[in-house]
Design a protein around this ligand. Structure first.
Ligand code: NAP
Length: 313
């Protein structure tokens, strides 16, 4: 039986509706959450991401503002901008879109963001809160995956989970969240011996690698839940055929657009997995939804005590 699909659009819509309801209540109490996005330089992909984030704010009722320093911005100029955003009370979340221009010391800029406004959850203070199970801000993509697993009723406690990938943005916080939820977690990476064999142990397999269709059916235990974080654009015809030997819908997209968006999980995995996130429409939509949720959370944690009782929950 083919895997059931875990619908990221559906879960993202739920999360966004909940965030919008919270924003309405907070705005009524004079505490409208606000997000500042910093987009330095002219990276086309970053521009698309930021547009999506600003649009999501509008739809959720969150105040947003965009700062667009030019490509030759210095580290000191960005530090001054971040310091100003840190100071402003109506700004609850600060998102510095990566990558920053090459002359900028990105780590220094990210470290300057007030941890209470760090809606990306990248600041070492928030990383520490996560690993010591204290309230804090958690990176959006892994936090969204946890929401997906919980809302679909996927059992986590006591389960064998394998995470492929150990980035600060996805793999490591994902592993920590699952460990905090009482899973038995194995983290794999490019130096792991017998990757497929290790992955076959998993009740839940999370692939955050950045390699199109690398996770084939021999990585997956029958009935496992597979979360595909990868977002890879495939434009090579041979690679396309390896991934989609007979899929008229994808062929049409490939023909008209010249490329397709593919996850890290090979489509054949649908024949063995119990449940699977599609690409597109799986993990992707959850990331922006969780950014909205994190902005609300940041506003509540920092300013909620100034509002009525319902805002403190
Ligand atoms: P990353 O920083 O490049 O990390 C990739 C990880 O995969 C590294 O830990 C690397 O191991 C491991 N890896 C690479 N090749 C491997 C191999 N052959 N065998 C085993 N492990 C291997 O990437 P990332 O930022 O975590 O992102 C991963 C993917 O998720 C990308 O496709 C990205 O576009 C996507 N993504 C999607 C969303 C979303 O919203 N859907 C959000 C973020 C990222 P080493 O550490 O040993 O190098």
């Amino acid at each position: 039986m083919p895997a059931s699909l875990l619908d990221g659009n559906k879960i993202a819509a739920e999360i966004r509706a909940e965030a919008a309801a919270a924003v309405k209540a907070m705005s009524g109490a004079g505490l409208r959450p606000g997000l500042a996005v910093v987009l330095a330089g002219n990276n086309p992909a970053s521009e698309v991401y930021v547009r999506g984030k600003v649009k999501a704010c509008e739809e959720t009722g969150i105040y947003s503002e965009k700062h667009t320093p030019s490509a030759d911005v210095t580290t000191d100029e960005l530090l001054a901008l971040v310091a100003d955003l840190n100071r402003r009370d109506e700004i609850d979340g600060i998102l510095v879109q990566l990558p920053l221009p090459p002359q900028v010391d990105s780590k220094k800029v990210l470290l300057a963001v007030d941890p209470a406004k760090d809606v990306d959850g990248f600041h070492p203070t928030n990383v520490g809160y996560l690993s010591t199970q204290r309230p804090g801000l958690v990176p959006c993509t892994p936090a969204g995956i946890m929401e997906m697993l919980v809302r679909y009723g996927v059992k986590i406690a006591g389960q064998e989970v394998v995470v492929i990938g150990r980035s600060d943005i996805v793999g490591k916080p994902m592993a920590m969240l699952l460990l905090n939820a009482n899973a038995t977690v194995t983290v794999c990476h490019s130096k792991t011996r017998d990757l497929a064999g290790t992955c076959r142990r998993a009740d839940i397999l999370v692939a955050a690698i950045g390699r199109a269709g690398m996770v084939t059916r021999d990585f997956v235990r029958l009935g496992a839940t597979v979360i595909d974080v990868g977002m890879n654009r495939v434009a090579d015809a041979d690679e396309f055929r390896r991934l989609f030997p007979s899929n008229p819908k994808r062929e049409e997209t490939f023909r008209t657009k010249g490329s397709v968006l593919v996850g890290d999980v090979h489509p054949e995995v649908a024949e063995v997995a119990g449940a699977l996130t599609p690409v597109p429409g799986g993990v992707g939509p959850l990331t922006i939804a969780m950014l909205m949720s994190n902005t609300v959370k940041a506003a509540k944690m920092r300013r909620g005590s100034r509002g009525p009782e319902l805002l403190r929950a």
